[in-house]
Design a protein around this ligand. Structure first.
Ligand code: ATP
Length: 214
């Protein structure tokens, strides 16, 4: 069985994150999928909510949507580590914990590939995991020619092949695409626009109670 990590700022966590996580669990046939909130995303100067608030909102979101029989979990290692949250550092830790044989998936939305060349040690990522790219509504995959060539070289079309190897491949995964982003959530809050269907109720209540994103 495989294990998956889905990292992000979760500022705030929204239904797009949760639905993707639930669909990924089923599609990738994972033993567990861990949502991995960053203490500080390396390519962002700051986050609107604190790390503790983002973690709390993620906990509330999971409580509300259900944890898929314990398969959907939160990994708070980046927040415990503090400082800039480099994916490669987390991957090295997780790989050491899982041992060398278990398939490990690192999930990203297609939008993240645009800045992938700026990720710390990006070319070493596949030493530790498979990269799973999910297409994001309105964000077709755009990346540099160097990254495109690297993706093409490592692309695998058969999920079964990934499940029998611990790391080393790139897999494109199609999910139902919800056009929701944390940026758009924050903008709607500033503008007082309705957020129906975008946030778990407990997350919306937390934001309201703590006057976040105003
Ligand atoms: P922001 O708008 O603040 O950049 P975001 O909505 O992109 O935030 P992140 O927490 O940065 O959310 O994203 C974490 C991961 O989830 C990224 O890989 C991102 O591509 C992916 N993601 C975010 N929203 C969706 C969505 N609606 N559908 C699929 N993937 C998503």
């Amino acid at each position: 069985m495989s294990f998956a990590l889905f990292g992000g700022s979760f500022d705030p966590p929204h239904i797009g994150h949760l639905q993707s996580a639930q669909e990924l669990l089923a599609k990738l046939n994972c033993e567990q999928l861990a949502l991995l909130p960053a203490a500080l995303s390396p390519l962002k100067s700051t986050h609107a909510a604190s790390a503790e608030q983002r973690l709390k909102m993620l906990e509330l979101a999971l409580l509300e949507c259900g944890d898929c029989d314990g398969k959907l979990v939160i990994d708070n290692r980046e927040i415990r580590r503090s400082g800039r949250s480099y994916s490669i550092d987390s991957l090295r830790q997780v790989r050491a914990e899982l041992g060398p044989k278990k398939p490990l998936f690192w999930v990203v939305g297609s939008d993240t590939m645009q800045s992938f060349e700026r990720w710390k040690e990006w070319s070493k990522l596949l030493d530790y995991c498979h990269l799973v790219i999910i297409e994001r509504a309105g964000a077709p995959l755009v990346c540099s020619s160097v990254i495109q060539a690297w993706l093409d070289r490592h692309r695998c079309y058969k999920l079964e092949a990934l499940q029998t190897n611990p790391a080393g491949s790139v897999f494109y995964c199609t999910l139902s695409q919800l056009p929701i982003s944390s940026t758009a959530v924050r903008e709607k809050i500033v503008n007082g626009a309705p957020l129906t269907g975008w946030l778990p109720t407990a997350v919306a209540d937390y934001i309201e109670h703590h006057s976040l994103y105003r």
